[in-house]
Every structure is written in C-alpha cells, then in structure tokens.
Design a protein around this ligand. Sequence first.
Ligand code: KG4
Ligand code: ZN
Length: 333
Amino acid sequence: MTVILGIETSCDETAAAIVVDGNQVLANVVSSQVDLHARYGGVVPEIAGRAHESLLTPVIAEAMVEAGVNDQDIDVVSATHGPGLIGSLLIGVSAAKALSLGWNVPFIGINHHEAHLYAALLEEPEMDFPLLVMLVSGGHTMLIEFQDHGQYRLLGATVDDAAGEAFDKVARYLGLGYPGGPAIDDLSKEGDPAAIKFTPPMRNEGLNFSFSGLKTAVVNYVRQNPDAETADIAASFQAAVVDVLTHKARQAAHQIGAKGICLAGGVAANSELREKTLDICVEDGIQGFLPSRAMCTDNAAMVAATAWWRMQSQGPSPLDLGADPNLKLPFID
Ligand code: KG4
Ligand code: ZN
C-alpha cells in the first residue's frame, strides 16, 4: 500500500489530497481563490502566489486530518511542477520538497496536463486504451491519444485562445463575471441555443481549433443587436463551442480507433459538452467517460494519482527539479 500526498498550486486553486495506490481517494481538499480574483475579472498572478503561501499549510493539514493519516503514514510527496504560474508553482514545489526532506520520503514532480488525463482514470480505472482525451481548460484545448500509461500523442490543439479562455472572455464581455464558464453554462439553460448562428473558424479543417474569431463574432453581434437577450447569446455561443469540440473529438476518436472518449479540464464541467459527448459515444458504440465536476477542475487527487503511475515507471524526481511554467507533455510522434 502506497500513501501519496498530492499538492496542486499551478493556478488559483490551493489543493492537497491523500490517495492510496493511485485510486483510493482518502481526502481531496480544494481551497478556491475565485473570490479573491473575481473583482479583477481574472487570475492575478501575484495575488495567487501570496494566497497559496498562506493557504497551503492549512489545506495540507486538513487533507491529512480528513484522511486520518499522520506524517509517518505518507510514503510519497508529489506536487504539480508545471505548466502554470511560476510564483504559484514554486509554492507547491517548495513545500513538497521540504516535506519530502523532512519526512525522508520520495518527491515526485507532476505535469499538470498529465494529471488532468489521470483524473479521468482515477474514477474509471477500467477504461480500455486507446482513449481519446479531450483536455479543455482555461489555458489549453487539446485532443490527445492516450495509448497507454505515459504514452500520449497530440492530435490537435487550439491555434489561439483556449476553449475556457473563450468562455471567460465572452462572459466578461457580456457582464457575467468570472469565472465565465459556469456563468455561461447556467445562463444558457434559460436561452435558445439556435437563436444565433455562430460558427467557429476552422470547424471543417482538421483537428486544430480556433476560438478567438468566435469571441469577435459575439462582440460584433452584440454591437449590431444591442437588444438581443443575453441568455440567447450565451446559449448560442456555448452551442457553437460544444459543436466544434464534439465534432472534432468524434473525428479524432474515429481516426485512432478509440475505445472511448474521456473529457478532462475545467471546461469538461460544462453540462452541454457532457451531454453531447455522451450522445456521440452512445451513437458510435464506444465508452464515454465524464469525470465528476470536482475531478474536471483543478484538484490534487489527480496529482497524487499520476504520481502513483510515475513512481512505478520512472521513480522519484530529483530534489533539484524546478517549477517550469511552460512544461510540455512528452508527446510521442
Ligand atoms: O482546468 P481548470 O480548472 O484550470 C486550468 O485552466 O488549468 O479550468 C478552468 C476553466 C475556466 O476557463 C472556466 O471558465 C472553465 O474552465 N469552466 C467551464 C465550466 N466550469 C469551468 N467552462 C464551461 N462550462 C463550465 N461549466
Ligand atoms: Zn487545470
């Protein structure tokens, strides 16, 4: 039995979790800083770093109390070491290294994107490979072929804004506050998704995405139609994003002969995206897996789960491993 402490501080969630053998979550504590950043309309890196510094110790303590473990029970300490905000990453990485030294246990640095991929497997360990994972977050939009543990191939990505960024920017423009994804998701339930026809660029061109033109289309529409219902605009925008995401995920799944489609990242919490993805999987006779909303957004259970797999395949990280704001997933060709 291996008890792993996971730490996640790459953006604006301060999180700690205790996971046993890669899939038994004993505690998964997330302290969101959303309220701290909301008045600025987005994450302020300096504020995020300072908040992690004061929140991390109590969050780790809470996770350990909730899990009923003490420091002698922890076998491995893991933390996200990139990509993300440098000041935020450094807090988690430094804390993890200090604990690893103090408790005399291995330290493992985890790639935040890989952790999002493992969030899906954490709740559904029996998924068959190859899997098509659509990672849609505030910073990234990627279609990834998950061939086996540690083996990923990039099939498509956004050429400009990430899907979550598009949600956040459009919500901000519509005065719906921050974070925009959940606000648009909620308001869309009251609107007509067919009211306005927005089509994202590159819909029918391969597996890459482009979302910045869609945001501009919304802005132009609102300028020309100042009396349009905000709920209709939100619902139509969301329908366009979900349409292009599911269309390309389906294409990618066909291309690689995927046994299933998994969603990952914050935007995977979107109700419309979840529903449409499942519809596709049922129609195509493949598995569909939607992690719980808590597992879609940033958390530390996914970090500890990834550390379990990393521990078996590569062993611990050196203690001079740094925080890397631009860390990439090691894709194979
Ligand atoms: O993965 P995540 O928690 O953080 C990173 O970016 O790594 O993703 C956050 C993003 C934000 O852009 C937020 O607006 C979006 O996920 N999001 C959603 C929903 N919940 C969160 N987007 C659409 N619908 C949602 N329900
Ligand atoms: Zn994330």
